[in-house]
Design a protein. Structure first.
Length: 266
């Protein structure tokens, strides 16, 4: 049978096995470990998100393929160690999805989206309790997540047991308090403490995002895109004047920034 006659996923698994074959495989692929591949896995997930943000479905197809390759790569390395295979990964997630959707695959009543979100966390808590060892409520919140995303997940876990500011106004008051403490450390010239206070500010900002049900990473990605768009406007306007940004000054560029904002509103 030719490899092109295989199902696409079986062909991909066979390709990865060949790349990792010590007899004639790829030296680069053979050198990789879980740790060295992990950054690529995270990067590919962000590229999927970027394709979605741009609404580019052709790119999304390609980026999902790149992300799938990461799963196949990790599974192949695990299989070589006798730990688990790709089929084990697929089986585990299938069983988990069935277990966490009893209103679809079981006898429970249908749930709204909000009810399912709450039920999902309850089921996850039961799964953690069933592992048979003492665990913190926060233990399985991955440390490798982006900082703001992890802050949201940590605070959401704590909120689930009542450790939460009741209203967004109270969270905003806490933000004012943390900003004041940051200003005080900056004024004192203590940059080490300022770093800690800045972290506190960002954690409170993540709590505001959680309270408002806004993904902070989505929010900052949108702001990054807006900043880049407006700065390109500044560059284009300066170029029309025969200048570059380093030949300009803050006053001129700030005025052009306002012009960019006005153009967007228009």
């Amino acid at each position: 049978m030719r490899d092109t006659d295989l199902r696409p996923i079986d062909r991909l698994l066979a390709i990865m096995a060949r790349l990792r074959d010590p007899d004639g495989g790829c030296e680069w692929d053979l050198e990789q470990t879980f740790a060295t591949i992990a950054p690529y896995t995270v990067e590919e997930a962000y590229e999927v998100a970027d394709a979605i943000e741009r609404g580019d479905l052709t790119d999304l197809r390609d980026e999902l393929g790149d992300l799938l390759l990461q799963v196949v790569f990790h599974a192949r390395m695990a299989e070589e160690q006798g730990a688990f295979s790709f089929d084990d990964v697929a089986t585990a997630i299938s069983e988990k999805m069935i277990r966490r959707h009893p209103h679809v695959f079981g006898q429970e009543a249908q749930r709204s989206s909000a009810e399912q979100t709450r039920a999902w966390e309850v089921i996850k808590a039961k799964e953690r309790a069933g592992k048979g060892r003492d665990q913190s409520l926060l233990d399985d919140v991955p440390v490798g997540l982006p900082g703001l995303t992890r802050a949201v997940k940590l605070s959401r876990r704590a909120a689930g047991v009542g450790f939460v500011w009741p209203t967004v106004d109270q969270v905003l008051e806490k933000l004012d308090e943390e900003v004041a403490e940051l200003k005080a450390e900056i004024a004192a010239g203590d940059l080490a403490k300022a770093r800690d206070e800045l972290g506190d500010v960002l954690f409170v900002v993540a709590n505001i995002a959680r309270t408002l049900e806004i993904d902070p990473e989505d929010a900052v990605r949108a702001t990054n895109a807006k900043f880049a768009r407006r700065f390109r406007f500044i560059e284009a306007a300066l170029k029309a004047r025969g200048k570059t940004p380093d030949q300009s000054d803050l006053a001129e560029m700030d005025a052009l920034w306002d012009a960019a904002k006005a153009a967007e509103r228009g």
